[in-house]
Design a protein around this ligand. Structure first.
Ligand code: HEC
Length: 196
């Protein structure tokens, strides 16, 4: 009899382990706190980038600022990611830098943002967050849309780009898709991923 019980226990052990290892659910208040913190980190990222772009434009003009975007944007993302223990970045459905390509979750959120914009939502306020399980690990994920402003965005992302800028962009980004934007379009989104 004992042997039978033991056999049953051993047989069910992996199932028991699998269920106890499932990530604990995240409460509504925890998610709210994560969302507030995520928004703050994204705001810091946005402000730091704008600061660098403004400084670049003042000191060297748009062509030099392209180099700032090229070098500084990824390093600011890396620094803040380390500071807050998250993964931060920028992504888009029409990319300039292929390193910023969205994963499946990000792509679906970007597509939902386009639908929400078409339904009349304010692009400046478009945001989405969710707790997801990927590869057995639980993550808090969040995205915030980046609106296209007339100035300075269209200078480098608009339909008509000045020859000097064109030449520099062509050199650095031969597959540049981040063109032809109009003021008010969704240029892309900030994206944050945090393991829980
Ligand atoms: C001086 C030129 C310049 C200006 C002005 C500029 N950008 Fe960019 N933008 C770039 C470059 C260069 C990259 C590629 C950066 C990289 O390599 O990661 C880029 C990349 C991006 C990305 C990341 C996704 C992608 O396509 O790779 C977003 C989002 C973005 N820009 C939004 C904006 C917005 C919004 C504005 C206006 C506030 C703006 N940019 C103004 C040059 C510019």
């Amino acid at each position: 009899m004992k042997k039978v019980i033991l056999a049953v226990m051993v047989a069910t052990l992996p199932i028991a382990c699998a269920t106890t290892e499932a990530p604990p659910p995240v409460s509504a208040s925890e998610k709210k706190a994560l969302t507030i913190e995520g928004k703050e980190i994204i705001m810091e990222f946005a402000k730091t980038l704008v600061g660098h772009v403004k400084k670049g434009m003042k000191n060297g003009g748009p062509v030099k600022t392209i180099a700032v975007c090229n070098k500084v944007a990824p390093s600011v993302a890396a620094d803040l990611s380390e500071k807050y223990g998250v993964k931060l970045g920028r992504t888009s459905l029409k990319l300039r830098n292929p390193d910023n390509a969205p994963d499946a979750w990000e792509k679906s959120v970007l597509m939902k943002f386009e639908k929400r914009k078409a339904a009349g939502e304010n692009v400046k306020k478009l945001a989405y967050s969710e707790v997801v399980v990927e590869g057995g690990k639980q993550y808090f994920r969040m995205m915030k849309a980046i609106p296209t402003a007339k100035k300075p965005c269209l200078m480098c992302h608009g339909g008509k780009v000045k020859p000097g800028i064109e030449a520099k962009l062509g050199k650095l980004y031969p597959n540049d898709k981040a063109r032809g934007y109009k003021a008010g379009d969704i240029r892309g989104a900030f994206t944050l991923k945090q393991e829980l």
